[in-house]
Design a protein around this ligand. Structure first.
Ligand code: AMP
Length: 210
């Protein structure tokens, strides 16, 4: 074999290796957006379509409250007020959840990370696991309020909604900037019908991660 064909074989071998590696990239996703942006619904749909778990920290905390666990008792008032529970607590909950084997092919995080320390902790948890891509849903402010009011959850009354949106602006919006700087964000218009948003998410994930 001459020099040229050796290197051609090497190139095609490396392409095969790269293709194989690409198909194994786990779908580690963060769905991001203000309360009411529809990220929970879209996260559910995405997780179902791709057979990966959806991990919603809000759902985990509400279940803990419902079940009356030690954590539930601890966070009950915080959720009522629309404030954030402590970084240490939520990080340990997520760390434990991501440790479970069903996350090996990927997962959708909904409601985490919500602060910069949480984002840094997630980076550490995912070191050697392929990192994350962030899908940020943008929705008009009046649509957010309308959706939250429609939902009828106990932390969705007008005062608490305002509080949660303020917390989002102060604590959570900087997290988006953190990922944006690293070019890990796809911003999508969440005002469109559900199916259209789902399709846009699939297309973005295919583009960024396949
Ligand atoms: P959600 O269903 O994501 O809107 O979360 C409901 C509530 O749970 C929030 O208003 C917070 O009180 C609490 N919570 C959920 N996720 C987090 C998080 N990552 N950090 C701190 N608090 C959280």
């Amino acid at each position: 074999m001459d020099q040229l064909s050796v290197s051609a074989a090497a190139v095609s071998r490396s392409q095969v290796v790269r293709r194989t590696a690409v198909t194994q990239v786990p779908l580690n996703l963060v769905f991001f957006g203000p309360p009411g942006a529809g990220k929970g619904t879209q996260a559910d749909r995405f997780a179902e379509r791709h057979q990966i778990p959806k991990i919603s920290t809000g759902d985990i905390l509400r279940k803990a409250i419902q079940d009356g666990t030690r954590i539930g008792v601890l966070v009950h008032d915080t959720l009522q007020r629309g404030a954030l529970v402590s970084d240490d607590l939520i990080i340990s909950i997520v760390a434990e959840r991501l440790d479970r084997p069903d996350t090996a092919k990927g997962f959708v995080l909904d409601g985490f990370p919500r602060t910069l320390p949480q984002a840094a902790a997630l980076d550490a948890l995912l070191a050697g696991r392929g990192g994350v891509h962030v899908i940020a849903l943008v929705v008009h402010a009046d649509e957010v309020i309308r959706r939250l009011a429609d939902r009828g959850r106990h932390d969705d009354d007008a005062f608490v909604i305002k509080q949660r949106l303020a917390v989002y602006e102060h604590e959570t919006a900087p997290v988006l900037e953190y990922y944006r700087r690293r070019k890990l964000v796809t911003v999508l218009d969440g005002n469109r019908p559900l199916d259209e948003v789902s399709e846009a998410i699939d297309a973005a994930v295919k583009d960024k991660m396949a």
